[in-house]
Design a protein around this ligand. Sequence first.
Ligand code: C5P
Length: 405
Amino acid sequence: MDLKNKHLVLGLTGGIACYKAAELCRLLVKQGATVQVVMTAAAERFITPVTMQALSGRTVYSSQWDAREPNNMPHINLGREADAIVIAPCSADFMARLVQGQSDELLSLMCLARPIERVPLLLAPAMNREMWAHPATQRNMAQLQRDGTTILGVGSGEQACGETGDGRMLEPAELVHDLIAFFQPKLLAGQHVLVTAGPTYEAIDPVRGITNRSSGKMGFAVARAAQEAGAQVTLVAGPVALPTPRGVTRIDVRSARQMFDATLAQATQATIFIATAAVADWRPVAEAEHKIKKDGSGAAPQLAFTENPDILATVAQSPRARSGELLCVGFAAESQDLLAHAQAKLERKGVPLIVGNIGPAAFGQDDNALLLVSADGARELPRASKLELARALVQTCAQMLRRPS
Ligand code: C5P
């Protein structure tokens, strides 16, 4: 329910992507938003107000002369009630009209009449690729951005006209993600956040290996929360089956040594490093070239192990981390004595913040409980979704950046 207590005006303009606006409306409501739909006459040629009324649970507005409002001013009332106006799909024509401040029907009139400082306007353009690439549209988009409008997208791919290229409206789930991100405070604007996530896989032979039960969900949530907070985010991921959070650069690795190399290379640019990965402590000394076979004697193969490099401790020792240019945060997955282990790790890793959690209760789950341990003491973050916890962690990082120890 990331849009709880948000009231949105969802504006539809003429375009085949109107069929996606139905799903968008449903997803917004599912996230807890109240949605008031406003449609232009052209939008009503593509999808009926009946559909949008059923999905939003509110009657649709489409005329500036709508007499339902006691003061007969829907263009004033609807905009003032909203936390944001989202036009999806937004046609090339509607963009042009917004640029000029035209206002001869309800939706454009409402956009013009909205309190511009308080009610943000977000557009999800949808049009043929030639229309999108046309200098007129690009000019209009630049002007709209200068006027404070947020442009969501566009997507690329197959178009209704049979052509392929830029100009598709983003998918409803992508738009919902971008809207949720839009409402998050930009606590990490200008920061570059590097996150490691997931398990590592240490090969024994070409078909076997050693790994652990980390799902990567906490690290992926941290990457998403940092991106929502306005940071540029790089995610170094071990072998996990999770989609890349929107707007995040992902580097896939398998072994601890690959994760070490990728992370150290990225750490030269980062300002915050959050090590959520459950890195294997040991790896087999050598990977057998071929599958190790049973020899019939009943004897098990003898595996020798060697320790993996400690990524977090290495990054924390780098000159940039030591000078305070790079804030390092570690995780501690324990099965008992969380506070004592986390405090010991704070020392051992040389980092200002360790995030403790009980491994068996965290691995693979969608929620978790965290213990933030620093030199100042310990603070519990009670059980919540990993995304909520990640947002709280982002907040803590932002505070630490403002008050370097
Ligand atoms: O040493 P331990 O595994 O208990 O420490 C956990 C923290 O250190 C986590 O943040 C983990 O990502 C990081 N770590 C690492 N490289 C290792 C082992 C752990 O970065 N080889």
